[in-house]
Design a binder for this molecule. Structure first.
Ligand code: ADP
Length: 369
């Protein structure tokens, strides 16, 4: 029992006093199961942890060399996955990178960024909601807003796509969700961005809803509840282009709901200019950009720019230049015609007639300020 009292860090052999050196083998506890999670997973004992997992756990240890309580019963490989694949310490997006959406920026600054920067002021009556829903057509900047929030609030950013929880992590989704919230607790302030949140918290029941996805949903709501009341500095952002599928429980927890509409003509111009400029491909005049903007209401702008920028490349290849010998100078600048050719290739992210669904939902459930 003395060994148990030495805690998780010591048992994994990375307490401050010497990594690996004082490794203590797992001990059988009362029920006869081995004392640590990794032992059960790997079936070999604690030394089954490889170097990268060990390093990852070490980084999450407190000053006492111990792993925080919340992480102790989680599988090390899930903690590692969260730290390496889902966590982004520097999301590198700022408000200035986002075109338009002034209303959303203003709301989010007051509701989310200030409270994350000054938790001492935003308490009591001023205590902020912990859940934010961004809804609207795909490709309109919802993920960018999530990253910018984390960037502006100097918070750690966690990105997870809810559909990956049900597809890629079949049967393990619950454990991953627990690990996600556990690691976020240790990395506060934190922003957890859940893309396609409708696939996790949808109101569709019975047919097709497996026991496992119901459990996943319950686990998720429990985790949200957990930090809703506490003093944790964790913000959950859900993004969806199917807000109408969220059930009441989900809506209740996502207290602020912002409509992220299609970009205005001005914002579309900005996006085209910016994406081309980033790659040194911008040779279009303002008039030409205006012409393109008039053609692109409802388009997924990033995909459109991507497709248009292939025009000059394809043309050079048709003229007989080999791809391996192709020089940048062999390609003419991207033209209005390239955009016109790209338009039919890039499906609009939403048909204009579908927009009423968002507008309608916004009227019913959206936060107008
Ligand atoms: P969503 O999460 O809404 O599906 P994203 O935030 O991933 O969309 O945006 C996709 C891409 O489109 C971004 O990486 C960016 O290049 C471009 N984009 C979309 N909306 C904007 C915007 N308002 N300002 C600047 N770029 C944008």
């Amino acid at each position: 029992s003395d060994n148990i009292n030495r805690g998780y860090g010591a048992r994994y052999g990375f307490s401050r006093r010497g990594v690996r050196g004082n490794f203590i083998p797992p001990i059988k506890s009362n029920g006869g199961s081995t004392g640590t999670m990794s032992a059960r997973v790997a079936g070999k004992g604690d030394d089954a942890l490889d170097d990268s997992t060990r390093r990852c756990l070490e980084m999450l240890c407190g000053p006492d060399g111990e792993l925080p309580e919340k992480l102790r019963n989680l599988e090390p490989r899930l903690i590692e996955h969260i730290s390496n694949e889902i966590m982004d310490r520097d999301p590198n997006v700022r408000w200035d990178d986002i075109a338009g959406l002034e209303h959303a920026k203003k709301c989010v600054t007051e509701m989310v960024i200030w409270p994350l920067l000054r938790p001492d002021i935003f308490k009591g009556c001023r205590s902020p909601g912990r859940g934010l829903l961004l809804f609207g057509p795909p490709g309109t900047g919802k993920t960018m807003i999530g990253k910018a929030i984390a960037g502006e609030a100097k918070a750690t950013f966690f990105y997870i796509s809810a559909s990956s929880l049900t597809s890629k992590w079949i049967g393990e989704g619950e454990k991953l969700v627990r690990a996600l919230f556990g690691v976020a607790t240790c990395r506060q302030p934190a922003v957890i961005f859940v893309d396609e949140i409708d696939s996790l918290l949808s109101q569709r029941k019975s047919e097709g809803e497996h026991e496992s996805s119901r459990r996943l949903k319950t686990q998720f709501l429990i985790e949200m509840e957990g930090f809703d009341t506490g003093s944790e500095q964790i913000l959950l952002i859900g993004a969806t282009n199917r807000p109408q599928e969220l059930d009441e429980a989900a809506r209740r927890r996502l207290t602020k709901r912002l409509y992220i509409p299609l970009p205005s003509s001005e914002a579309r111009a900005w996006i085209i200019r910016n994406l081309l400029k980033k790659d040194g491909l911008l040779k279009l005049s303002q008039d030409e950009i205006d012409t393109i903007c008039n053609l692109t209401e409802g388009s997924d702008m990033k995909n459109l720019v991507k497709e248009a920028s292939m025009g000059p490349l394809r043309e050079a290849l048709i003229q007989g230049i080999e791809i391996t010998k192709l020089q940048k100078e062999d390609m003419r600048p991207v033209s209005v015609q390239d955009f016109e050719n790209a338009l039919p290739e890039v499906r609009p992210s939403v048909s204009l007639s579908e927009l009423y669904i968002f507008e309608d939902w916004n009227k019913k459930f959206g936060s107008l300020s």
